[in-house]
Design a protein around this ligand. Structure first.
Ligand SMILES: Cc1cc2nc3c(=O)[nH]c(=O)nc-3n(C[C@H](O)[C@H](O)[C@H](O)COP(=O)(O)O)c2cc1C
Length: 231
């Protein structure tokens, strides 16, 4: 059966999820996530594209407070080390930002990539072995967008000692941690990235990043139609 085209409303829904998705750190509510909603967002992740249809991902659902506390401590130490790399006003600005909601969110998810899974029989990975990792990132993004449609916030925490995290969660060696996510209902979705609101970074101009036919060719005329993606 050939699927019908998206209606205008369905299209708007897809773009709305994309533009209104935010990285959440401070606005988590303790409200529990119903199992059916968790199942839907995990299944959305599981329907991501993957190299050779490898499906290299696993999802660890973490609710246990003791485990989350240990991971939060891991974050605090890693965050201190990261802060030490900045100086002056940039460091002050870094230190003012809240960069994880590990204990505020009722649920954390660790998404891993099995570097040796035989599903897909190596198709596509013979030439680029990193494509299993890219596939897992696609799963993360699917989950992030589905979560937004479910009114769930997601915050990605990369400021972690990953070796320590693997030990803590008893993840076997051959699996790479791709993402550590905080998930939960939120008090609000900010209209713009918090890092932009805090003056840390701005959204770049899309037309400066789009090249036509060869690197460095920015066609004024053709760039005119490029939307910024801001809402
Ligand atoms: C791979 C990856 C790692 C990230 N790690 C962190 C992190 O450790 N802490 C944090 O506060 N935000 C983290 N973020 C979120 C980004 O800061 C955020 O996506 C960006 O500022 C744009 O904001 P938005 O997601 O709300 O549009 C991460 C995002 C990605 C894609």
């Amino acid at each position: 059966m050939n699927a019908p085209p998206f209606s205008e409303e369905e299209k708007r829904g897809v773009y709305r999820a994309i533009y209104e998705r935010r990285d959440i750190r401070s606005q988590f509510l303790p409200k529990p996530i119903p199992p059916a909603v968790l199942a839907r967002i995990l299944d959305a992740a599981h329907h991501a594209p993957s190299v050779g249809f490898m499906q290299p991902w696993d999802f660890i659902v973490i609710e246990d407070t003791r485990i989350r506390r240990a991971i939060h401590e891991n974050f605090e130490r890693a965050n201190q080390r990261a802060s030490d790399l900045y100086k002056g006003a940039r460091r002050d600005s870094y230190d003012r930002m809240k960069l994880a909601g590990i204990l505020d969110a009722p649920m954390n998810l660790c998404i891993t990539c099995d570097r040796e899974r035989n599903t897909g029989h190596g198709l596509g990975r013979q030439t680029d072995p990193a494509t299993d990792l890219y596939s897992t990132v696609c799963a993360v993004q699917n989950l992030w967008l589905a979560a937004r449609a479910e009114a769930l916030g997601v915050g990605w925490v990369s400021i972690l000692d990953l070796a320590e995290l693997k030990t803590l969660l008893e993840i076997p060696d051959r699996h790479t941690v791709v993402a550590y996510l905080c998930v939960g209902y939120v008090s609000e979705f900010r209209p713009a990235p918090e890092l932009e609101e805090n003056g840390w970074e701005r959204r770049q101009s899309l037309s400066a990043l789009v090249h036509f036919d060869r690197w460095g060719a920015h066609d004024e005329q053709r760039s005119m139609g490029l939307a910024t993606g801001d809402v």
